[in-house]
Write a protein that binds this ligand. Structure first.
Ligand code: PMV
Length: 316
C-alpha cells in the first residue's frame, strides 16, 4: 500500500457567522494560502489495526488506542473507519501538520478533520464523496461546540465559495467580479464554543431582539450574494461593515477587533468586519487591489500579528 497524502484549505466567513447557527445564511470561501496536511503511511512489520498518530505541531505522538475517544483526531479516525466498515485494517502511521492558526476563526479544526478523513479513507482504498467527508467532519466539529452550523466543514470539504444554510444542500457562489481581501490576526486566541454559548444566552434572554438582528444579518448576506454574483464587488464593503456592527450588538467583538476594523476603514478599506467566532481571532477587510499593501501595513502597525492578502476569483 503506498503512502497517501491529503490537504485541506483554511476558510474565511465573509458574512453571516453566529446567525448561521440560527438557520440564517452565511457566505464563506476557502483560503488556500493556509493548509492542513495529513499523510498516511503503511507500517509493514506491525500487527494489523495498530495506528500511530503524530501531530508535531501540538507535540502529539500516541497510539490511537491510547487517545481519549473525544480527542478530535481520534474521533475523525474512528468515524472514518466506521464509515468504511472494513473487516481488517492494516497498521498505519498518520502524520498531521497544519499552517492554519489555532482558535483564530480560520477553520483549523475542520481542515485537519477533512485532511485526515480523506487521507485515511484513500489509504484504505475508498474515495469518499465531498458530502460524506463534510458530514464526518461535522461530527468531529460537534466536539468543539455542541451546535456547529456546519459552515466550516462544508466550505473546507467542498473547497469552493459557498452560500450556506444549515440543513440545506450546499450552494456554490459564482463570483463574477474578483476582489481582494485582507485577513488580519489579532493574535488573541478565542474559543468559538464560548462565543456561541454567550450568543445563546443572549438569545434566550431576549429572543425577539436577537432574532431581529439575525434577520438583519441575513438580509446583508443575501445582498452580498447578489453583489458577488452580479457585481460590483466593491458594493460588498458597506455590507461587511454593517455586519460587524450587528456582531458588536450580539457582543462577539472585542476592543482589538474593533480597533483593527476602524484602522482598516481609515486606511482606505471598502469595508471590514470580524470573521469567525470573534472575541479575538481574525478580521477581514475588502480593499481595492492597489491599496492592499497600505491597508495591510496599517493593520500591522495597529497590532495585527499577521496579515494575508488573498484574491477571491471566479470558479474555474
Ligand atoms: O470556527 P469559527 O471560529 O470560524 O466560527 C464558526 C462560525 C460560527 O458561526 C461562530 C459557529 C458556527 O458553528 O457556524
Amino acid at each position: 500500500m503506498p503512502a497517501i497524502g491529503s490537504y485541506a484549505p483554511g476558510k474565511c466567513i465573509l458574512l453571516g457567522e453566529h446567525s448561521v447557527v440560527y438557520n440564517r445564511p452565511a457566505i464563506a470561501f476557502p483560503v488556500t494560502q493556509l493548509q492542513a496536511h495529513a499523510v498516511v503511511m503503511p507500517r509493514p512489520m506491525i500487527q494489523s489495526g495498530e495506528i500511530l498518530v503524530q501531530a508535531p505541531d501540538i507535540s502529539l505522538e500516541a497510539d490511537l488506542d491510547d487517545l481519549p475517544s473525544n480527542h478530535p483526531l481520534a474521533r475523525a479516525i474512528h468515524l472514518t473507519l466506521a464509515e468504511l466498515q472494513l473487516i481488517q485494517i492494516p497498521a498505519f502511521l498518520l502524520r498531521v501538520t497544519s499552517t492554519i492558526p489555532l482558535a483564530a476563526g480560520l477553520g483549523s479544526s475542520a481542515a485537519v478533520s477533512v485532511a485526515v478523513i480523506r487521507a485515511v479513507s484513500e489509504f484504505l482504498g475508498v474515495r469518499l464523496s465531498d458530502e460524506k467527508v463534510s458530514h464526518i467532519a461535522y461530527k468531529v466539529e460537534e466536539l468543539h461546540h455542541g451546535t456547529p452550523s456546519g459552515v466550516d466543514n462544508a466550505v473546507i470539504a467542498y473547497a469552493q465559495p459557498v452560500f450556506y444554510v444549515r440543513g440545506h444542500p450546499i450552494q456554490y457562489i459564482n463570483i463574477s467580479d474578483p476582489f481582494t481581501l485582507i485577513i488580519a490576526n489579532t493574535g488573541i486566541s478565542s474559543l468559538t464554543a464560548d462565543a456561541v454559548a454567550d450568543v445563546r444566552k443572549l438569545w434566550q434572554k431576549n429572543p425577539a431582539h436577537t432574532e431581529k438582528i439575525f434577520d438583519s444579518i441575513a438580509s446583508l448576506v443575501n445582498l452580498a450574494r447578489h453583489a458577488l454574483e452580479q457585481g460590483p464587488a466593491s458594493s460588498l464593503g458597506p455590507l461587511l461593515t454593517q455586519n460587524h456592527e450587528y456582531l458588536r450588538e450580539i457582543k462577539v467583538s472585542c476592543p482589538e477587533l474593533d480597533h483593527l476594523v476602524k484602522t482598516a476603514l481609515q486606511a482606505g478599506a471598502l469595508g471590514a468586519k470580524l470573521s469567525g467566532g470573534g472575541r479575538g481571532g481574525n478580521m477581514i477587510a475588502i480593499v481595492e487591489p492597489q491599496s492592499a499593501d497600505d491597508v495591510a501595513q496599517a493593520l500591522r502597525h495597529a497590532g495585527a500579528t499577521s496579515t494575508i492578502i488573498t484574491r477571491v476569483e471566479p470558479r474555474r
